[in-house]
Every structure is written in structure tokens, then in C-alpha cells.
Design a protein around this ligand. Structure first.
Ligand code: ADP
Ligand code: MG
Length: 247
């Protein structure tokens, strides 16, 4: 359902994604791990066209884009098919939780306002925020803001959900609740890519784990293979480093 081939991205002439190939099947949950700066966020952002790739193809459902030749129509069709949950939530600060969720429905999906509010109400209740829906982000905890971010992404009913280290900015006691929500979304057979270093979570939820370093997919396997018996030396070193830091 998602097929990325030879995806490249440079910033100021410096290659950050060096010909990435990645396939994700419908209903699959893929975890991406890798050191800081390895291009994980850039990869997700290219899928959602928040960054413009330099080359390669992206195929998502029935849309296939040769990134160098992408038309505005292609890009609009592609971006509609994915939704991102950001590390730092990226909520509109001047909008309430409810308005953050209805915004995309009303503006991009052209949904009538009353319908958008009904849907947003339900999704905010699903993530445990029924009583906070009229609050502004600044009055919400990080965990609550991330719940709004998740409700906003789900509202768009995307073909694929992209989570960029959704718990890494949170205080430790708030992490479990967010991971539980993401786990329950995964159980709904949603297709997702989750950039995360939460090994326990990846073990329980991910169908596949991808290890990236320096803009390259080094190794892909089941969470068991990647975390317990990695075959590449660089994967081994990385797994060792995150195992030590979480003890
Ligand atoms: P990760 O998410 O794996 O930590 P990123 O995708 O954020 O890595 O970054 C990969 C590399 O690209 C880093 O060296 C980062 O500094 C660089 N980079 C990311 N975004 C930009 C940008 N907008 N402009 C210039 N360099 C960037
Ligand atoms: Mg990142």
C-alpha cells in the first residue's frame, strides 16, 4: 500500500536520505529506530510532503509519484492520504483542542462544521479528553496535547498514520498512556509507521522494525530479530546503546 523507492533528500547539498527503499503493507505497523540525525523525521516528512524529496518514487494506494516530476494535483492527492503525529505536537496555539481537530476536517475535507464537531467530540472522548475539549494547548499537559495530536490525525481518516517519536518529549509518567492509545489504534488494523525507541512497545506492536543510520536503511526484521539478534554490526551497537540507556 506504501512503496518508497530510491527516495533521496538533501539539505544544502548534504545528503540526508540516500536512496531509501521501504514497503509497508496494509494494516502493518512498522517501527523505525536509529540514532538522532539518521533521517527518520525527514523520511516521514517526505511521505507527507512536508519536505520535498530530491528523487525517487512514492506510491501510496493508487497514487504513484515520481517525486522529481510531481504535479500539484499528485501532491495534494498524496498528502491527503497520510497524517502525522509530531514529536512536539505542533498544535495551533490559538485554537482549542476541539478546533485543532475540526480545522483539517473543515478546511481540507470540506466537512460541514456541525459534522466536524460531532466527529471531533467522539475522537477527543476516545483519547480521554472529553472534559478538556474547550481548552487551549497551553493549558494542557504534554500528554494531553499529544492526545489532541492523535485525535487530529485520526480525524483525517488517512490511509497511513505517521508517528514521529510521539512520546519522546513527554515526562516518563505520561508515556505509557500515549503508547496505550497508539497500541489501541494499531489493533484497529490501521497502517502505521512509528519512529520510536520504546523497545517494549515496538516488541508488542510492530510487525516489522527498520533500523536506519546516516540516511540508509541498514536492516529490517521482526522486533525479535532486530532487538535480540541483529545481524549488522551497526544495528548491534545501536541496540546496545539504547538498552544501556533505558536500564
Ligand atoms: P532524525 O529524525 O533521525 O533525528 P532528521 O531527519 O531530523 O533525523 O535529520 C537528519 C539530518 O538532516 C540531520 O543532520 C539534520 O540536521 C538535517 N536536517 C533536518 N531537517 C533539516 C532542515 N530543514 N534543514 C537543514 N538540515 C536539516
Ligand atoms: Mg527525528
Amino acid at each position: 500500500m506504501l512503496s518508497i523507492n530510491g527516495l533521496t533528500k538533501e539539505f544544502n547539498g548534504v545528503p540526508v536520505l540516500k536512496s531509501i527503499d521501504l514497503d509497508v503493507q496494509k494494516g502493518e505497523v512498522v517501527a523505525i529506530i536509529g540514532p538522532s540525525g539518521s533521517g527518520k523525521s525527514t523520511l516521514l516528512r517526505c511521505i507527507n510532503w512536508l519536505e520535498i524529496p530530491n528523487g525517487g518514487t512514492i506510491t501510496l494506494d493508487n497514487i504513484s509519484i515520481e517525486t522529481k516530476k510531481a504535479s500539484r494535483k499528485d501532491i495534494a492527492a498524496l498528502t491527503k492520504k497520510s497524517a502525522m503525529v509530531f514529536q512536539h505536537y505542533n498544535l495551533f496555539k490559538n485554537k482549542t483542542a476541539l478546533e485543532n481537530v475540526t480545522e483539517g476536517l473543515i478546511i481540507s475535507k470540506k466537512m460541514p462544521k456541525s459534522e466536524a464537531i460531532t466527529l471531533a467530540d467522539k475522537l477527543l472522548a476516545d483519547v480521554g479528553l472529553a472534559d478538556k475539549k474547550h481548552q487551549y494547548p497551553i493549558t494542557l499537559s504534554g500528554g494531553q496535547q499529544q492526545r489532541v495530536g492523535i485525535a487530529r490525525a485520526l480525524a483525517m481518516d488517512p490511509s497511513i498514520l505517521l508517528f514521529d517519536e510521539p512520546t519522546s518529549a513527554l515526562d516518563p509518567e505520561l508515556v505509557t498512556g500515549i503508547l496505550q492509545i497508539i497500541k489501541s489504534i494499531a489493533q484497529m488494523e490501521k497502517t502505521m509507521i512509528v519512529v520510536t525507541h520504546e523497545m517494549e512497545f515496538a516488541r508488542e506492536v510492530a510487525d516489522r522494525v527498520v533500523f536506519m543510520e546516516e540516511g540508509i536503511v541498514i536492516e529490517t526484521g521482526t522486533s525479535q530479530q532486530i532487538f535480540q539478534t541483529p545481524s549488522h554490526d551497526r544495528t548491534k551497537a545501536f541496540i546496545r546503546s539504547i538498552s544501556q540507556s533505558t536500564i
